[in-house]
Write a protein that binds this ligand. Structure first.
Ligand SMILES: [Zn+2]
Length: 313
């Protein structure tokens, strides 16, 4: 009799335990999702996208749907970094996209030459080369052409190569300038790593603050074949800030973006680019992007941060 009584108690306790387990675990988990703002459809989406461990991370860290969901479309978003993105987003009042970009690329516009990474977006119009994003010594764009049909400053064939799209866009820009009775002259195009190393060394020895106007080897946009320097007779054939006030310089400032170019180192943005104002240095980015950069008065770095998903490396 005692034994039967014991067995009944054990069975009864087991049933109670099972019921309690069901009530406590599964409904609690569903309930947790509900408290965090997720409906059944959202839960399915999370289960498809994340591992069990990541789902636990969402629940344990009480990550609300309204916080998480705006990030889900972003390729370089990492769930475990969400608190860092949110901190950047709120403190700097930026979009979710920009918060992820800034977390992944915190020194795109500061700590010059101290936080060096590989150049981003290789072989694309939006390649990023600056003081913290570097090209390798053997990087040579694969579609360089000699810019034979436009006015060139001197007789030095090595100075006048550009990527073919850039050359065609520049020819169109020069043709438009001629319609305004303005003659532009190409001063520099593509420059190799080795040549940039020599130029920088020269300025480092012979000038003050070389970094304000000359790039270290691997850090020059001229190595991309997308950048070029312009001059004119009115600017005494020099690369000078006076170019800004010449008819040719004014034309460039107002029209270059229609042909896919931006003035890469604008006035009043030296703190972001690390370079003095260079009204003569153009960078090809394509017409669509150049228009936005022009209209919103951005640097290339700002454009990349605000409008693109920047790859990690
Ligand atoms: Zn230049």
């Amino acid at each position: 009799m005692k034994l039967i009584k014991s067995i009944i108690i054990i069975i009864f306790a087991s049933i109670i335990f099972l019921i309690m387990t069901c009530i406590n675990t599964y409904p609690e988990r569903a309930n947790s999702f509900e408290i965090l703002g997720y409906n059944n459809e959202d839960i399915n989406l999370l289960k498809n996208k994340f591992t069990d461990a990541e789902i636990r991370f969402i629940i344990n860290n009480r990550i609300m749907k309204r916080k998480l969901f705006p990030y889900l479309e972003l390729s370089y978003f990492s769930l475990t970094e969400i608190h860092a993105y949110e901190s950047i987003r709120v403190k700097q009042n930026v979009s979710h996209l920009t918060a992820v970009n800034l977390k992944n690329h915190p020194h795109i516009m500061d700590n010059f030459y101290l936080k060096i990474n590989n150049a981003l977006n290789l072989q694309q119009n939006l390649i990023l080369v600056n003081k913290n994003y570097r090209l390798s010594a053997d990087y040579i764009p694969d579609n360089l052409v000699y810019t034979k049909d436009i006015p060139l400053l001197i007789d030095d064939k090595n100075r006048y190569y550009l990527q073919i799209d850039v050359y065609n866009a520049l020819k169109a820009l020069f043709t438009e300038a001629l319609k305004h009775n303005l003659t532009l002259i190409l001063s520099n195009g593509y420059r190799s790593y080795e040549k940039q190393a020599k130029i920088y060394e020269f300025y480092k020895i012979n000038a003050l603050n070389a970094d304000a106007f000359s790039a270290r080897a691997g850090h020059s946009e001229h190595q991309t074949g997308l950048a070029l320097d312009l001059t004119s007779e009115s600017a005494s054939y020099l690369l000078t800030k006076e170019f800004e006030n010449t008819k040719e310089g004014i034309f460039i400032k107002d029209h270059a973006h229609y042909f896919g170019f931006i003035v890469r180192y604008p006035k009043d943005k030296s703190h972001l680019t690390g370079y003095d104002y260079e009204p003569w240095h153009l960078r090809y980015v394509g017409i669509e992007v150049a228009k936005i950069i022009f209209e919103k008065k951005l640097t290339l770095e700002e454009y990349l941060l605000y409008y693109t998903e920047m790859p990690l490396t």
